[in-house]
Design a binder for this molecule. Structure first.
Ligand SMILES: [Zn+2]
Length: 350
């Protein structure tokens, strides 16, 4: 099924994307700037950070991956907008992933800016939980999903990942659905859009007719929706609900955290729903045909853009957790799927 396509607005970004280079810093409408920050060793290549200048306040959305080079790009972008680092008053991350929140800790030290996340986002970051318990629970879950024992070391989170997560900035502010980001002269309304992460938020800027969509809605790829235990019980169901919440303004410009800007939010939402429905249908076909007994057994029969055999380590973990999210969703829709997945339990991570 072919659905109406989106309307490209970030022409320079799309060109840069195709040429595999970093897009330019751009001044968008009014006092809104787009500043690309490199995302090293990742096919997404960069995070689009947005600077919004208010009435004495300057807010940065998604500061990007933490690196010296990233900071240089950010500082250069701020300079083009006539700002120094010290002028930043607030930092909002659409979600806790390192390519969004990553640089916030360093920026907070260098400025006096507050750091904000959605009020439903992960709370585990710097809490003094027992790391061994967290890692052991994670491995047990993966083993239950059928990840072969000789691949557990490769797939499971390790101490390094955990340390990395814990070095992310703990937020000073938590933003609730429907509230405004506290910055003078700006009108950024928070829309809580769980799915890609438990408490992902989008920011709607009606005066500029823009939606800052983080990773909730991207123009080309379908965001990764993972079952992570402990975590939300049915992230794909959450994602569908969140897509409905944000599908309201087709005329607004969508400013995503990766790839390029576009308009046609309703059209893109329809495509993303269709994509996920088709993926769920594929899971059902695999179950019918191969009768796998684990999540891993389903995953290895699904189609993957570079092939199942090419998936390793982190990307393999994403593949398996995405498959698990479809299984849980299909079960919630009444399908009887007999593969083991732990029931959601009170989080040890939150
Ligand atoms: Zn991202």
């Amino acid at each position: 099924m072919s659905l109406p396509s989106i309307t490209l607005t970030g022409h320079a970004q799309k060109e840069a994307w195709q040429n595999k280079v970093l897009p330019p810093v751009e001044r968008l409408s009014g006092e809104v700037w787009s500043i690309p920050v490199p995302f090293p060793d990742n096919p997404m290549r960069y995070t689009l950070s947005y600077l919004l200048l208010g009435d004495g306040d300057a807010v940065l959305i998604d500061p990007g991956w933490d690196s010296d080079a990233g900071l240089e790009y950010l500082v250069a972008g701020l300079r083009q907008a006539g700002l120094g680092l010290a002028d930043l008053t607030g930092i909002v991350a659409t979600h806790f992933h390192s390519d969004h929140l990553g640089m916030a800790a360093r920026l907070r030290t260098a400025t006096k800016a507050w750091v904000a996340l959605g009020d439903k986002e992960m709370r585990r970051l710097t809490e003094p939980e027992d790391p061994d318990l967290i890692l052991r629970t994670h491995r047990e879950e993966l083993a239950l999903w059928g990840v072969p024992h000789n691949r557990l070391d490769e797939v499971a989170m390790n101490h390094q990942t955990l340390t990395h997560l814990r070095n992310l900035a703990d937020p000073d502010l938590r933003l609730a659905h429907g509230t405004l980001v506290p910055a003078k002269g700006l009108h950024l309304r928070v829309v809580t859009t769980p799915g890609h992460s438990p408490g992902h938020i989008c920011l709607v800027d009606e005066p500029h007719a823009m939606i800052f969509s983080g990773d909730h809605v991207l123009p080309r790829i379908s965001p990764h929706i993972a079952l992570e235990l402990p975590g939300p019980a049915n992230p794909l169901a959450d994602y569908y609900e969140s897509l409905d919440l944000i599908a309201f303004e087709d005329a607004m410009e969508v400013c995503p955290a990766h790839e390029y800007r576009f308009s046609g939010m309703q059209r893109r939402v329809a495509q993303l729903i269709e994509h996920n429905r088709e993926r769920s249908a594929e899971v059902l076909r695999v179950l019918e045909k191969h009768r796998p007994s684990t999540v891993w057994g389903i995953a290895r029969h699904l189609t993957w853009s570079r092939g199942w055999e090419s998936l390793q380590a982190f990307s393999l973990r994403l593949a398996v957790s995405e498959t698990a999210s479809h299984v849980v969703y299909l079960r919630s829709q009444g399908h009887d799927i007999d593969v083991p997945i732990t029931e959601p339990h009170p989080s040890v991570l939150r």
